[in-house]
Design a protein around this ligand. Sequence first.
Ligand code: SAH
Ligand code: DHB
Ligand code: MG
Length: 222
Amino acid sequence: MNPEQWIAVDQYITDALVPADPVLEAALKASADAGLPAINVSPAQGKFLHLLARIHGARTILEVGTLGGYSTIWLARGMLPAGGKVVTLEVDPKHVRVARANFEHAGLARMIEVREGRALDTLPQLVTEGRGPFDLIFIDADKVRIPEYFTWALQLSRRGTVIIVDNVIRKGAVTDANTSDPSVQGVRQLNAMLATEKRVSATTLQTVGAKGYDGFTLAVVN
Ligand code: SAH
Ligand code: DHB
Ligand code: MG
């Protein structure tokens, strides 16, 4: 196995199962044109998030880390049309601008609220405002803060809330207990929390594909 093969197989899966979609492709193009980094989830991963939202019957979704809104659009489309609402948190004003334009173009602006600011500021705001509990929470911002985002996510959860954390394998670096990479330390701290956290049941899957070797954690609130 090698990365070229992962990419070829990912392309094959995408061709077979993820039909070309002008709105999603336009969102990626607008993001690239604006100079945003291509660190969105892959099409197959986006559809996976979408299917999780559908399976769960999610009506309220919280996302931490919007970028150009590619994953947001997948998630929003996974909700029941009546009354679904996504709140997505983003610190970079340029990313917010691009995402909002993408949501307009997708016809989803009414159901997606983008909150600009550091997630460590906007998450407590949501709690103060009595927002939540959310049905599904996708954590995909700066990796060093994953443990704090997860703690806030628990505060914004109910029994049955699904929490997904992206980028928890980091090319396998996660097994290095002596890592000096703060992002990897963030993931390892999450796993230390999960090991003793009685409020959730969780597992992690490794993934390979167009986005390299990484993975996600899936947790459900007990
Ligand atoms: N979920 C997106 C990708 C998100 S990339 C997708 O798959 O399409 C991570 C995003 O988190 C970036 O846009 C980055 O600006 C944002 N981010 C980084 N630190 C943040 C913080 N402290 N608060 C909120 N957003 C943050
Ligand atoms: C990075 C962030 C992501 O959310 C991702 O899926 C891949 C890479 C990054 O910050 O490098
Ligand atoms: Mg990610």
